[in-house]
Design a protein around this ligand. Structure first.
Ligand code: ZN
Length: 388
């Protein structure tokens, strides 16, 4: 008995050391990434750093533009592939920053810096999780770690451009700050550029047809219209006018007024239905920007969701969109940090959120083992992606 106890203690001790090492590496990698400017489209040096970090740990990586990906050491074609994805790019720091956004600063248990919360914490926690499983021979799944670019601007050279290069993915965990809760659906988003057209004229005479007055009528519609839905259901489409521009000088009746509408929507309406409704109710000319992100969701009975609930995670519908919108396989969004801290001045993440993040990600993946151990691929075939 004593010997068994000693072995058990030894394993626990080794695991503790391994977890501590993974956590410390995650924090120092995050500090490094904060110090590197990585605005969308400019992630080259950040991608170099992640590539070097992985290569130094004997992980061979594949790269396309500033996207880096890799697989577990004992990749097995017979097993499903789980993608762990998060993004390298950050938004630009706003003018309210007091700290240097590019100087990692640890104070009172928090790590400050641009991108620390969105999505540095989730990114380094997923990297550590990948490393935890990397050399395991007994996994019932494969792992694909993908650290990708151009998330914040929904750019062409982000995750979209590597999806066809990856091994077929069965499902994905997208690392974004969610307080480690499971976002099982995410709203879609699209942007509409609108032009109200009138006729220019001198402001002093009864001339022209004021485009601003025309725009006001349409803007009033955008701000008040509710897309019909069953009672008690959340509003399926949220339209917000976010920019407006008109006029040349004070004494000219403006002939054109331009404004922009940000639209977030769930599965109740397709993008086409929303656009048709808008066209039927407004007078302006509308142009849809090309990067429409579709709403995503995963079946509540999917093993990943069941495993998450089993380890005490809560599920919710996320109002924000992410790279999940490009994925056609089932996915959840989950990561350490708080979405409310993203894109704010003096962004930070608690160090405890990173260590908990790594532990919970590992727990989640280990909780999927029983679902995949017999006949792993068919366990996932029930769950087709739910996109429209
Ligand atoms: Zn993000």
């Amino acid at each position: 008995m004593k010997a068994v106890k000693a072995i058990k203690q030894n394993i626990e001790q080794q695991n503790f050391i391994k977890m501590k090492q993974l956590y410390e590496q995650a924090v120092s990698l995050l500090e490094k990434l904060i110090s590197i400017r990585s605005f969308s489209g400019e992630e080259r040096v950040a991608a170099d750093a992640v590539e070097k970090f992985l290569n130094e740990r004997s992980v061979s990586t594949i790269r396309k533009f500033n996207n880096i990906w890799c697989y577990n050491k004992y990749f097995d074609q017979e097993k499903p592939v789980i993608m762990l994805n998060s993004h390298l790019d950050t938004v630009k720091p706003n003018s309210q920053y007091v700290n240097d956004p590019f100087e990692p600063l640890i104070k009172e248990g928090k790590l400050y810096g641009l991108g620390s919360n969105d999505a540095g914490g989730p990114l380094v926690s997923l990297i550590s999780t990948f490393l935890y499983f990397y050399e395991r021979k007994d996994l019932p799944f494969n792992l694909c770690l993908a650290t990708t670019a151009e998330e914040e601007n929904s750019g062409q050279k982000g995750i979209r451009c590597i999806l066809d290069d990856l091994m077929p993915i069965s499902f994905a965990i997208v690392g974004e700050p969610t307080n480690m809760q499971l976002a099982i659906a995410e709203k879609g988003s699209m942007v509409l550029d609108c032009i109200s057209t009138g006729r220019s004229g001198h402001a002093a005479r009864e001339e022209g047809d004021n485009a601003i007055y025309k725009a006001i009528k349409d803007i009033a519609w955008f701000s008040t219209f509710d897309f019909p839905i069953e009672s008690n259901m959340p509003n399926p489409v949220k339209m917000t006018v976010t920019q407006i521009n008109a006029g040349l000088q004070h004494n000219i009746v403006p002939g054109e007024c331009h404004f922009t509408v940000d639209i977030r929507f769930d599965h109740s309406y397709t993008a086409r239905e929303i656009l048709n409704t808008i066209k039927n109710h407004t007078f302006c000319d509308t142009t849809l920007r090309p990067n429409v992100l579709t709403p995503s969701s995963i079946d509540i009975l999917h093993p990943l969701v069941k495993a998450g609930i089993a380890i005490g995670r809560q599920t919710y519908i996320s109002p924000t969109s992410s790279d999940q919108g490009w994925l056609e396989m089932p996915s959840v969004k989950m990561g350490p940090g708080d979405s409310a801290r993203s894109h704010t001045a003096d962004e930070y993440i608690y160090l405890s959120e990173i260590s908990d993040g790594i532990t919970i990600y590992i727990d989640l993946l280990e909780s999927i083992f029983p679902y995949l151990s017999n006949n792993p691929k068919s366990a996932l075939q029930l769950d087709e992606p739910q996109h429209n």
